[in-house]
Design a protein around this ligand. Structure first.
Ligand SMILES: [Zn+2]
Length: 269
C-alpha cells in the first residue's frame, strides 16, 4: 500500500508542477485558480462582513489607489515576460479595516486587506506600496496554493491512496493553508523562502509602479523598531530575520530600479 501511495505522490508531483513566472522555477501546485478563487472570494466577503471596513476617507482612497497601481504594474510585467492573461481570473479588491493590529494580507485572486494598525509604520503611500507589493507577490506566486498542495499530499498520505478529495476536505485544506479556522482572515506565516521571494517580487512591482524601492528597507527598519522583537501576524515567522530582510531589500533595490527602467520608469516617488 505504501508503494501505491508513493507512486501516486510522484505521479501527482509530475503532473502538478506549475512554473512560477517570477522565478522561472517549477513549484508543486495542483490547484488551479478555478478551484481556489471561489473559496477565497467567499472567505474575503465574509471577513469584510465581520469587520469594520473604512470607506470614503483619505487613507481608504490611498489603499485603493496604491493597490491599483501595483496591480497595473504586475500586469505590465507579466505581459512583457510572456504571461499575458495570467491575471484574467483575478478580481482585485483593496479594503482598509479598522483594526489596530499591525497587519495586511492578500488572498488568492487579489483580495487585499490593510489594517489601520499598519498605517503609522507605512508613513504614507510609498510605505503602503512596499507592503502592498509584498502581499500581492504572495498571491501572484501562488504561495497559498502551494501550501494547499503540500497539505493535500499530507492528507493523501494519511488516507493511503484516497485520490478523490471531496469538497469538504478541499475546504478544510484551504482553511488550514490560510490559517482560517475560528478566526477568518488570520493568515498563517509563510515559509522563509516564500517571504524572501515575496520581498523580491514585491520590490520589482513597486518600482515598476513608480514607487521608490529604497523605501522597503526603511519600512522594515520601522517594523523592527515597532515590533520590539515580535513581528506582526502575517510576518510572524522569525525567518528571514528583520536584519536579513533589511539587508536583502537594500541590496535588491537598485536591481528593482533597473527592472523598472525596462518599462520606462526612471523616477520614483
Ligand atoms: Zn509575507
Amino acid at each position: 500500500m505504501k508503494k501505491v501511495v508513493m507512486i501516486l505522490l510522484v505521479f501527482m508531483g509530475v503532473i502538478a508542477c506549475k512554473t512560477n513566472p517570477f522565478t522561472g522555477q517549477k513549484v508543486l501546485n495542483f490547484y488551479p485558480n478555478s478551484q481556489i478563487f471561489p473559496t477565497a472570494f467567499a472567505q474575503y466577503d465574509q471577513f469584510l462582513e465581520e469587520n469594520k471596513v473604512i470607506t470614503g476617507t483619505e487613507d481608504a482612497r490611498m489603499i485603493t489607489k496604491t493597490g491599483q497601481r501595483i496591480a497595473a504594474a504586475a500586469e505590465r510585467w507579466l505581459t512583457a515576460n510572456g504571461y499575458p492573461g495570467y491575471l484574467q481570473d483575478y478580481k482585485w479588491e483593496y479594503n482598509l479595516v479598522n483594526d489596530e493590529t499591525v497587519n495586511a494580507w492578500c488572498m488568492p485572486g487579489g483580495k487585499i486587506v490593510f489594517y489601520t494598525g499598519i498605517l503609522p509604520i507605512c508613513q504614507g503611500e510609498t510605505g503602503v506600496a512596499v507592503v502592498m507589493g509584498h502581499e500581492v507577490a504572495h498571491a501572484l506566486a501562488d504561495h497559498g496554493a502551494q501550501r494547499m498542495s503540500a497539505g493535500t499530499l499530507q492528507q493523501l498520505g494519511a488516507v493511503a491512496g484516497n485520490v478523490a478529495i471531496q469538497d469538504e476536505q478541499k475546504r478544510n485544506i484551504f482553511n488550514q493553508a490560510y490559517g482560517i479556522g475560528s478566526q477568518v482572515g488570520v493568515m498563517l506565516p509563510f515559509s522563509r523562502s516564500h517571504e524572501t521571494e515575496a520581498d523580491r517580487i514585491g520590490l520589482q512591482i513597486m518600482a515598476i509602479a513608480g514607487y521608490n524601492p529604497d523605501e522597503a528597507a526603511e519600512l522594515w527598519k520601522r517594523m523592527k523598531a515597532n515590533s520590539g522583537g515580535a513581528a506582526p501576524p502575517e510576518f510572524l515567522s522569525t525567518h528571514p530575520s528583520n536584519d536579513t530582510r533589511i539587508a536583502n531589500l537594500s541590496q535588491w533595490a537598485p536591481l528593482a530600479k533597473e527592472e523598472a527602467a525596462k518599462f520606462g520608469v526612471t523616477s520614483f516617488e
